[in-house]
Design a protein around this ligand. Structure first.
Ligand code: RUQ
Ligand code: CUA
Length: 622
């Protein structure tokens, strides 16, 4: 290949070009002087048998799923269903996931967040929230499966989430839409009095694998957009952006942008925790609700340029940076200055009982990169440099938060929302890679009609200058991502044997069907290449029930062998579940359709996979 290129070049100005070819670099000659002799193609090429250096978890937006990519190859590795059913994995049909989804058939997954230990991603869990149906979920990274989902009351769309504190003490879920407490009816004429923007403090019990709402805060009836947890010196604090502090109830496009300023909410979760301990809350529908106008302390407002979007805490925990969205402005605020102002009680009045800090006393600097429009979100590298996405001018701007100096700019295609840096939300980002999550791809890929995929572009940020080195299409819609060093995630190869599991069958001869009145319980196995539902039956691979019976099928996958997953599907019964190696999984249904229904394994598991079938026979009522 290279030979061909060189011969094609003979007779040309071989001096410069040959060196370009030598380095294999087909882009502009000035990149040749780059310290790294690797071409862009080489930088993203991960040969077969080698693995990517990072996992990228990209939010799947209104697919309700999480997309897992490898970086730098930008190859999609897996789709993990979180808030919506998934036919490929039977998620939403097996008993556990069906119960977790609670009848919802779609979700809108926005901001994923890894669990942290000492401010570092620990590779154990991934949290995510659902703006559509006000839910939060936790995914176990040993198996890449969702363990728990909770629905958050008094809230409508926890967009402003999930950002975890340094040791995963809490994930905070502030609402996007204000609603009356308990979702009661209240006329919009009573918006300011009756509506609230509730924030929930959620804990995760690792042992029980359960999420739990520790307490809620009845913030003013505004929209809460983005948040970030403090780090190091600010580790007990968190920040959130607000918009519509005008409290408009219609035509928000205009009415929510009237004032020159909105607020950043700054709160101390240790203080809120203490308030709860001291009983300084009301009971609202079973939730411990703190009303800031009644129980003062721990929450402050910082004025910020109107309708801000992202707010991001620097890795050293010293600053929080708000992005303007409408004002072409980045504002760097100092936690230390805020702490001093709070200490001295230097307030400029209050709103809804919450003290307002003076802008001048908290602001560190304003940064206004020339012609850069629509700043949305900021990430950081290993040298403390900031990278901000510019939605309107379609670029990423690199700048120094300590000086405000703009260092570099790179165009992206097009309209980036978030960007995600390698280990970007930790106290020690890696530098190296940044992925720009672009809302529009337009001419980037083969056309699939009027609606195009979104795009994720990989940017090499290891040098002084940024360089886009790869681009990958992605389904709607990558709102945010998290990038973690691959070796931090320790998956299991098979589900370990659990002799205490009430429904597991580890011995072929123990497979049995037990009838209890109108309920039929199948304790069966799936193995290459057969089902055994009842070891002693004439036809062990047949389930025979009566019309109207409740049927509970437990299946254990006896192939303790990596990647040998079986499926269990019943034709025309709209039933499907997955049983991963070593796993025991359960599906429940009512046999309400009499007749003869073949059942089969959905996952190609052996040369005799097609033989892995059986029958469900449903005897009609007389
Ligand atoms: S938001 S594009 Cu849903 Cu994260 Cu800023
Ligand atoms: Cu088991 Cu196919």
């Amino acid at each position: 290949m290279k030979k061909k290129v060189i011969s094609a070049l003979s007779g040309l100005a071989v001096g410069v070009l040959a060196s370009t070819v030598f380095f294999g670099n087909f882009s502009t000659p000035d990149t040749v002087s780059n310290a790294s002799a690797k071409t862009d193609a080489e930088k993203v090429y991960v040969p077969f048998g080698e693995k990517d250096e990072y996992y990228l978890f990209a939010s799947g937006g209104h697919s309700g799923q999480m997309f897992i990519y490898g970086v730098p190859s930008m190859r999609r590795i897996r789709t993990v269903p979180v808030f919506s059913p998934d036919s490929a994995t039977g998620y939403g049909w097996d008993a556990h996931s069906k119960k977790m989804l609670g009848g919802y058939t779609w979700g809108d997954l926005h901001h994923p967040a890894f669990s942290e230990t000492n401010g570092e991603y620990d590779g154990k869990y991934m949290f995510a929230t659902d703006v559509a149906n006000s839910r939060a979920a936790v995914m176990d990274l040993k198996t890449f499966t969702v363990k728990d989902i909770i629905e958050v009351p008094n809230t409508s769309g926890p967009h402003c989430a999930a950002f975890v504190t340094e040791n995963t003490e809490y994930l905070f879920l502030p609402t996007r839409f204000s609603v009356p407490l308990g979702h009661q009816y209240a006329s919009l004429d009573e918006y300011s009095e009756k509506y609230r923007g509730v924030m929930s403090a959620v804990t995760f019990n690792e042992k029980a694998q359960k999420l739990h709402i520790a307490y809620q805060v009845a913030l003013p009836p505004w929209s809460y957009d983005l948040s970030d947890a403090g780090k190091k010196i600010s580790k007990d604090w968190a920040v959130l952006t607000t918009y519509n502090t005008e409290e408009a109830t219609t035509n928000l496009e205009i009415n929510a942008s009237q004032e020159d300023r909105d607020f950043i909410v700054l709160f101390n979760w240790k203080e809120l925790e203490n308030m709860v301990k001291e009983g300084k809350y009301d009971n609202v529908g079973g939730q411990k609700m703190i009303f800031p106008e009644k129980h003062k302390g721990g929450i402050y407002l910082v004025p910020v340029a109107k309708s801000p979007h992202g707010v991001d805490v620097t890795p050293d925990g010293k600053y929080f940076i708000a992005s303007g969205k409408l004002a072409p402005l980045l504002t760097v605020f100092s936690f230390e200055k805020a702490f001093q102002a709070i200490e001295k009680k230097e307030f400029a009045g209050e709103r809804n009982g919450i003290p307002i800090l003076k802008y001048e006393s908290v602001m560190e600097r304003e940064v206004n990169p020339e012609n850069a429009l629509g700043p949305l979100h900021t990430q950081f590298d290993d040298k403390g440099m900031a990278y901000t996405t510019m939605f309107i001018s379609s670029e990423v701007v690199k700048w120094n938060p300590e000086t405000g100096e703009v260092l570099d700019r790179v165009p992206v295609q097009y309209s980036p929302g978030h960007a995600v840096a390698a280990e970007g939300d930790t106290v020690s980002p890696d530098g190296k890679y940044l992925v720009s999550l672009n809302k529009l791809a337009k001419d980037s890929y083969l056309s699939v009609g009027p609606s195009h995929p979104e795009s994720m572009q990989l940017i090499d940020i290891s040098g002084e200058k940024m360089k886009v080195i790869q681009s990958s299409p992605v389904d709607p819609e990558p709102h945010y991502g998290q990038m973690i060093k691959a070796d931090k995630i320790k998956t299991v190869e098979v589900y370990p044997k659990d002799e205490n599991h009430p429904n597991a069958v580890y011995n072929q001869k123990d497979a049995r069907i037990v009838r209890k009145g109108n309920e039929v319980h199948v304790y069966g196995i799936a193995m290459r290449s057969k089902f055994i539902f009842d070891a002693n039956a004439k036809r062990p691979d047949v389930i025979e029930v009566n019309e109207g019976d409740k049927v509970v099928v437990h299946l254990t996958n006896l192939d303790f062998d990596e990647d040998i997953t079986h499926g269990f599907a019943i034709n025309q019964y709209n039933l499907n579940m997955e049983i991963q190696p070593g796993q025991t999984n359960t599906i429940e249904f009512t046999a309400d359709k009499p007749g003869t229904y073949p059942l089969y394994c959905t996952n190609f598991c052996s040369a005799l996979h097609q033989e892995m079938t059986g029958y469900l026979l449903v005897k009609p009522k007389q």
